[in-house]
Design a protein around this ligand. Structure first.
Ligand SMILES: [Ca+2]
Ligand SMILES: [Ca+2]
Ligand SMILES: [Ca+2]
Ligand SMILES: [Ca+2]
Length: 262
């Protein structure tokens, strides 16, 4: 009888131990070393130079956002400050939510295999441009930033950067990297562009030539008249649900210094 009590006690202790190990394991999943970007609530582009301490390091960033859906967007990409020295040739970026669930992993774009992710509003932003490819290689255009990676509801997110053989698990912030620690590829720059949903996106550079001027008025007028729209920009510039003369007037107003459409 006393033997039985002893066994029961032992079993109870064992169950408690298993529970404790399980709880410790789940807490361990949340990264303990990370850069806290805080609340990203204004329209801006964060420029984050990265130098990995080891070739297999995964670098974490945490932030909260007001969301990227029908309005607002969040774009991430990499471009090293130069294609020289120990720049990262195979940059990878993963996005996890506040519970450690994988949201998305970056695509590789351009002949330089840069990382790219784009969430939220579909009005296209200009594609990544990198220095011309080596002799004998054709330039390979990146897709525009157009929200193709889906929507991000308001909340906390974790971005993780790694080089080379990074594997992004589906849950518990589980990422691993099979790159040798002494791998020399350590340097790049991570860009995070935020447009909060409550701040209107009214980039007037319709033809993506880098400035907003009369050319863009002509471009939009041509699109409204049924012409080609190679940049794919939404012609509904004032976002009132239709594409008409109002949009042209709103763009002229912006170019004249009047700001975004009301
Ligand atoms: Ca322009
Ligand atoms: Ca122009
Ligand atoms: Ca309109
Ligand atoms: Ca209208």
């Amino acid at each position: 009888m006393s033997m039985m009590i002893c066994t029961r006690r032992h079993a109870r202790w064992a169950m408690w131990a298993i529970f404790a190990v399980g709880a410790a394991g789940s807490v361990k999943g949340q990264p303990s070393v990370f850069t806290d970007l805080g609340s990203l609530s204004s329209a801006e582009t964060r420029v984050l130079p990265i130098h990995l301490n080891t070739g297999d390091e995964m670098r974490w960033f945490r932030c909260t956002i007001d969301g990227a859906g029908e309005a607002g967007f969040l774009d991430l990409w990499t471009i090293p400050s130069c294609y020289c020295g120990g720049f990262v040739r195979l940059p990878r970026v993963g996005v996890y939510d506040s519970s450690g669930t994988r949201v998305r992993v970056s695509d590789l774009v351009t002949e330089r295999t840069e990382a790219m992710l784009t969430f939220g509003a579909g009005d296209p932003r200009p594609p990544l441009t990198v220095i011309p490819p080596p002799e004998g290689f054709d330039p390979e255009a990146a897709p525009p930033f157009d929200g193709r990676d889906g929507v991000l509801p308001p909340g906390e997110y974790w971005f993780v950067f790694g080089s080379g053989l990074a594997a992004f698990g589906p849950s518990n912030w589980l990422v691993t990297n099979g790159t040798p620690p002494n791998d020399p590829e350590r340097d790049t720059v991570l860009y995070i562009r935020i447009q909060p949903p409550d701040i209107p996106y009214c980039d007037g550079d319709f033809n993506w030539d880098g400035n907003t001027d009369q050319d863009d008025v002509l471009y939009l007028a041509n699109v409204l008249a049924g012409g080609e729209n190679p940049t794919g920009r939404w012609a509904d510039y004032n976002r009132d649900g239709n594409e008409d003369q109002d949009d042209l007037l709103a763009l002229v107003h912006t170019i004249a210094g009047g700001g975004c459409p009301e």
